[in-house]
Design a protein around this ligand. Structure first.
Ligand code: G3P
Ligand code: CA
Length: 297
């Protein structure tokens, strides 16, 4: 199991300048006074995206403040080759790009420079208190997470971005995320594109590799388990047989995206290794309850 250093954060409530007033209050509302020592990894999906705009620094910061083990983000590339954090391959849903650039439909991420992307508002669509929140770079997310939570980095639609694997590896390496202890639980890179992940693994073999989607057939598992570390399907596809198969091949599974406490309990009982959620505070409570029940039994 990949163990993040949440225990190292016990007692710390870090409210940085990046959080600002609005999400600083959210952090206090959702944080817990003591860190959970769960066996199940808690992964904040697109940051703590139930409470702050997805894939922005306030969401990432809040995920770390809540003490998720990992924060998940989606990484793409601007037209000038910079790594930016955005889920959709267009900027339309989560920014005001249509107002800024009405003549540039369909507003693909890859058609805008970093300077243009940084001028956008990626917070107002979520709530007025986040007005002016920008689209972050991968660099800014790494700076925000450092020493506070691990990173689950999804490479989104890598076929659109030639060279993105090399760019990500260079950035992670430059920031010290590829040092020998990366397998100790600070970083996982994942994608729905399994062929891309195999290539990424050749570039950065020490980084745990996650395969989104599936699940694969038993016949595929021997080949996949030779280089990949996780199979991360939709939680709706998770069965006891699937979890057993993954573990039999020495891999882990972190299903997505689970916001309902009862479903979290079911998945934990099935033996999943982590759960990806927009509501990491809810998952922490569920995990703590389950641990209490086990200790009482
Ligand atoms: O980390 C799993 C999850 O993020 C995959 O789906 O669409 O939210 O990127 P999506
Ligand atoms: Ca994602």
């Amino acid at each position: 199991m990949l163990h993040a250093a949440r225990t190292a954060l016990t007692g710390l409530f870090v409210t940085t300048a990046l959080v600002g007033g609005a999400s600083g209050a959210l952090a206090e509302e959702h944080s817990r006074g003591s860190a959970s020592s769960a066996e199940v990894e808690i992964i904040a999906h697109r940051g703590a995206s139930a409470y702050a705009p997805e894939n922005t620094l306030p969401a990432v910061d809040l995920g770390a403040d809540i003490r998720a083990d990992y924060v998940e983000i989606d990484v793409q590339m601007s037209s000038d080759g910079e790594l930016v954090v955005m889920h959709d391959t267009t900027l339309a849903r989560t920014t005001d790009v249509e107002t800024h650039y009405p003549d540039r439909a369909p507003w693909n991420v890859r058609d805008f420079t970093l300077e243009e992307i940084e001028a956008l508002d990626a917070g107002s669509w979520f709530g007025a208190e986040f007005a002016g929140t920008g689209v972050p770079t991968l660099q800014q997310v790494l700076d925000t997470l450092r020493g506070r939570a691990g990173l689950l980095l999804e490479v989104k639609s890598p076929q659109l971005y030639p060279g993105i694997a090399e760019a990500i590896v260079a950035e992670l390496d430059g920031e010290g995320w590829l040092q020998a202890d990366s397998r100790a639980g600070r970083l996982v890179v994942q994608s729905f594109d399994w062929q891309f992940m195999e290539q990424f693994n050749e570039l950065a073999p020490r980084v745990p590799a996650g395969l989104l989607g599936g699940p694969p057939s038993e016949a595929q598992m021997a080949e996949l388990s030779a280089w990949a570390d996780q199979i991360n399907p939709s939680h709706t596809r998770v069965t006891s047989a699937f979890v057993d198969m993954v573990h039999r091949y020495g891999m882990e599974t972190w299903p997505y995206t689970v916001n309902d406490a009862d479903r979290m309990r079911q998945l934990i009982d099935l033996g999943v290794d982590g759960v990806i959620t927009d509501r990491p505070d809810v998952l922490i409570e569920v995990v703590d309850e389950e641990r209490g029940e086990r200790q009482a039994a």
